[in-house]
Design a protein around this ligand. Structure first.
Ligand code: CAO
Length: 473
C-alpha cells in the first residue's frame, strides 16, 4: 500500500514536461497522417464540410438537383448552368404562383448560383471550358448521349481538367436499356419497388417518396464525396455513375433478400402466411406488413371516419408483448400458448391486429403514441404533410425551413437532413434564372467588362431573339 501511495505521489510530482512531450509526439503522428492540427475554433465556426469545392451543376428536374443541393448545403459552390431564357424545365412546371419559379424548382435548387449559357453556341462552349478548368466536379443528369452531343465527352473534359470528377445520373446502367430516358416512376418499377409495394389483391404501386430521383441523387452525392476523397491521394478525377434502377434496388434490397429466402419456404412474417395464402415464385406485395422480423400494421385511430390520416403504425415487438397485452386488455395472452411466443402469433396476426385496433380506435394517434412510448412499444403516427409542415420540432432542427424569395415570397423547403456538429447548414433561397451570370463571368472566370459585353451580344448567354413579324413573313 505504502509503495502505491509513494508511486502516486511521485507521479503527481512528475514534471509537466513529460506530458507535454507526449502531446508533441501525438501531434507528430497526426502530421504523418497528413491531417492538419485539430482546429481550435468552436464547433460550427470552422467553415463547412465542402468549403472550397466547386461544382459545375449541369443538372435539371429532380435527381441531379437533389444531389447538388446536398453538396451546396455542405458548403460547395454550386454553379448551375441553365439554358438561356428557359432554364431548368421545372422552373415553370406545376406553377402555383403566376410568374414565379415553381416550388418544384425552388425546393431543389437552394444555396446555388445560376448562370445561363447556351452550351451549343461557340462562345458558350468557351465559357463552359473555363468553368470545367475552374471546377472540381461536373454533375449532370441529361438523357444518355446529350452531354457527348454538346462535345463534352469524358475524354474532352479529362484532358481539359484531369482533376475533374464527372458525375452522372442515368436511368439504367450499361445493358439493354442504357439509352432510355427515365423518370421517377419508371425507376421505381424497374428497380423492384413497385412489384413489392401495394396490396396482394391489387396492382403494383409506386410510393410517394421519390426514391428513384431523390434517392439516386443521394447516392450520387456519396459517390462524389468519395471521389473527392480518392482524388486527394491520386490527384485525378474519375467518372461517377448512378443508375436510377440501381439506386432503387439498393433501397429495396430487403425484397431481394426475401426473394432468396423464398427458395427455403414461405415468408412467415408476411401476413399472407398467416392467412394460408400460398406464395408464388416471386416476392409478393406485402401491404403494410413490417419489412423486418417484428410484425407491424397500420391501424385506425379515433376520428378515422373523417380524417384520412387518423392511423398509427403499430409494431408488436416481441420484448414488449406483455405491455401490449396489458394495454389492450388482454393480459391472458401473455401466458396463452397460442399468443405468448412470436412463432405462435404469426398465423394469428390479422386477428391480433384487429384486437389491437379495437383499442387504438378509442384514442387519437397522438394519444396512442404517448401511451405506447411510455412503455417502449414502437408505434408511429401517420403524419399528413400539413402536420409535418406545421411541426415545431422539425422547424427547430432546420429540417423544415422557411425562406424568402423575391418573386414568390415565403416558402417552405426541406433543409439538410444530415446534421453535422462542425458544418452547420444555412438554407438559402434558389437563384433566379441567370441571376449570377455576370458575377460568375467576371469574378469567377475572370472575363473583362469588354469581353462580357461581347458575350452578351453574341447570344451565348441570352435567349435567341424571336424574328420580328416582318422578318418572319
Ligand atoms: N444549352 C443548350 N442546350 C441545352 C442546355 C443548354 N444550357 N441544357 C440542355 N440542353 C439540351 C441538351 O443538350 C439536349 O439536347 P439534344 O438532345 O438535342 O442533344 C436537350 O437540351 C434536352 O436534354 P434531355 O434529353 O436531357 O432532356 P429531356 O427533357 O428530353 O429529358 C429526362 C429529360 C429527365 C427524361 C432525361 O434528361 C433523362 O433521362 N435523364 C437521365 C435520367 C434522370 O435523371 N431522370 C430523372 C428525371 S427527374 O429527376
Amino acid at each position: 500500500m505504502a509503495t502505491k501511495k509513494k508511486s502516486k505521489k511521485a507521479a503527481a510530482k512528475k514534471p509537466a514536461a513529460k506530458n507535454v512531450l507526449k502531446l508533441k509526439s501525438a501531434k507528430g503522428a497526426a502530421a504523418k497522417n497528413g491531417l492538419p492540427k485539430p482546429s481550435t475554433k468552436p464547433f460550427g465556426q470552422a467553415g463547412k464540410a465542402l468549403d472550397g469545392v466547386k461544382v459545375l451543376d449541369f443538372t435539371h428536374v429532380q435527381s441531379g438537383p437533389t444531389c447538388t443541393q446536398l453538396l451546396a448545403y455542405m458548403g460547395a459552390d454550386c454553379i448551375k448552368v441553365e439554358r438561356p431564357g428557359v432554364g431548368d424545365i421545372t422552373r415553370g412546371q406545376l406553377r402555383d404562383v403566376k410568374g414565379a419559379d415553381s416550388l418544384y424548382f425552388t425546393m431543389l435548387n437552394g444555396n446555388k448560383r445560376s448562370i445561363t449559357i447556351d452550351s451549343k453556341h461557340a462562345k458558350g462552349k468557351d465559357i463552359l471550358d473555363r468553368l470545367i478548368k475552374h471546377c472540381d466536379v461536373l454533375v449532370e443528369n441529361f438523357a444518355p448521349g446529350a452531354l457527348d452531343r454538346m462535345g463534352l465527352t469524358w475524354e474532352y473534359i479529362h484532358k481539359l481538367n484531369p482533376r475533374m470528377i464527372v458525375a452522372s445520373v442515368k436511368g439504367f446502367g450499361p445493358g439493354p436499356y442504357e439509352d432510355c430516358k427515365v423518370y421517377e416512376n419508371v425507376a421505381q418499377c424497374a428497380g423492384g419497388s413497385a412489384s413489392t409495394t401495394g396490396f396482394r389483391e391489387g396492382p403494383p404501386l409506386v410510393t410517394g417518396s421519390q426514391i428513384g430521383d431523390s434517392g439516386t441523387g443521394l447516392h450520387l452525392a456519396f459517390g462524389i464525396v468519395s471521389a473527392l476523397y480518392q482524388r486527394m491521394r491520386t490527384g485525378r478525377g474519375q467518372m461517377v455513375l448512378c443508375a436510377m434502377q440501381d439506386g432503387v434496388l439498393n433501397l429495396a434490397r430487403v425484397k431481394l433478400r426475401d426473394q432468396q429466402r423464398l427458395k427455403h419456404g414461405p415468408l412467415a412474417e408476411y401476413s399472407q402466411y398467416g392467412e394460408g395464402v400460398p406464395f408464388g415464385s416471386a416476392v409478393p406485395r406485402a401491404g403494410n406488413d413490417s419489412g423486418g422480423g417484428q410484425p407491424g400494421w397500420i391501424l385506425k385511430c379515433k376520428g378515422w371516419e373523417k380524417d384520412p390520416d387518423a392511423y398509427i403504425y403499430f409494431i408488436t415487438q416481441a420484448p414488449v408483448w406483455a405491455e401490449i397485452c396489458d394495454l389492450i386488455g388482454k393480459p391472458e395472452w401473455k401466458t396463452d400458448p397460442d399468443y405468448s411466443t412470436p412463432p405462435a402469433r404469426l398465423p394469428r396476426l390479422k386477428a391480433i391486429f384487429g384486437t389491437i385496433e379495437q383499442w387504438t380506435m378509442t384514442k387519437t394517434k397522438f394519444e396512442v403514441m404517448d401511451i405506447c412510448n411510455k412503455v417502449d412499444i414502437p408505434v408511429g403516427p401517420i403524419l399528413s404533410m400539413k402536420e409535418i409542415a406545421e411541426e415545431k420540432s422539425l422547424r427547430d432542427t432546420g429540417t423544415v425551413v422557411e425562406v424568402d424569395h423575391p418573386t414568390r415570397g415565403k416558402y417552405l423547403t426541406v433543409g439538410n437532413p444530415v446534421k453535422m456538429s462542425d458544418s452547420v447548414t444555412e438554407v438559402k433561397r434558389s437563384p433566379l434564372l441567370g441571376e449570377h451570370t455576370e458575377e460568375i463571368l467576371t469574378k469567377v472566370l475572370g472575363y473583362s467588362a469588354k469581353e462580357v459585353a461581347d458575350i452578351k451580344t453574341s447570344g451565348a448567354i441570352t435567349p435567341p431573339e424571336k424574328p420580328s413579324k416582318a422578318e418572319a413573313a
